[in-house]
Design a protein around this ligand. Sequence first.
Ligand code: NG1
Length: 366
Amino acid sequence: MLTTDSFFGGAPEANASAPGRVNLLGEHTDYNDGFMLPVATPQRTTVALARSGDGHFHFYSSTLDAHVTFAPDSSAPQGFGSYIEGCIRLVEAEGVQVPPLRVWVSTDVPVGSGLSSSAALEVATLRALRQLLAFELDDVKLARIAQRAEIEYARVNCGIMDQMASSLADEGHMLFIDARSLEHRLAPLPADAEIIVVDSGVARKLAGSKYNERRAECEEASRKLGVQALRDVTDPQRVEGLPEPLRRRARHVVTEDLRVLEALEGVSAERFGQLMNASHTSLRDDYEVSIPELDELCELLRAQDGVYGARLTGAGFGGACVALCRAGSAARAAEAALAQYNKKDGRQGRILIPVPAERKENNESV
Ligand code: NG1
């Protein structure tokens, strides 16, 4: 594994980092122009840069111990390099000249668990490019470019939540995002509460194809209702005349937006937990993006002392659950839930947040 010293032959010229995100409420609402409430993860991705001086791009991921080299008139092979190349090309498209670079990446954001390691990579890359080349780029525009890198270069047709969260959220607050206007503001977490995130250990295999299917269903529901996007439906009764499964898909999105808006008013931790539970039920029954392991993990988390509510977080079909807990009770609640969950053969659930002490010490990527 290469250190920055050995990769750059000295110090890099720029160095930036960005977090992943955990979404507390507002799932599958971003591509419906709706609302969401993510927080930043304590885990971050770091990107260091320097001019390569040899006419080639060289990307190195110390997490994967993988190296990619390509000439400026060709492209990086699909993989971690696509995200970085996408950011570089899109910055060039903004009129900034980017010289051939050496790019070093390291992350402890868990990959494939729904904490947006890809957005963290894009946002950290753009921050490092902004630092090196000293061009003007505000944090919202940065998020938009990061989202385009994901769509056009990594070929994932995502909404804007992950990149907005990585660019603008912090660990101590929820970031309210309006995906249509990109209006955003930090809001306090419920008083005396903290979050835990527990990975189910189930990889998100169907996420890509089912994600696109859900997007198409939402677009069809909007067309039938004569609205630009489901965000424009504020009365859940309006979806009741839609044919199935569009009725249930639209009902999830419309009620989820209402849950976010209620939570934003500053509800108690108990009420916030109820809204999270209702979100999970809606994702499971109406949106059909849960799996039995996530349902079970949420049940086990809710059964622990001090847990106000729990839901799957991210796109679903595997990945992680997030729970809101009384301050000081999160780690113990997660351990107790996992002790039950992992009793079944082959299960490898684990705590992602709060970052377990031994992982913190080793700065271990998970
Ligand atoms: P994750 O869980 O990071 O794959 C996906 C989308 C988001 C959002 C959520 C569902 C990507 C990269 N991101 O998140 O834009 O739509 O699902 O709320 O696909």
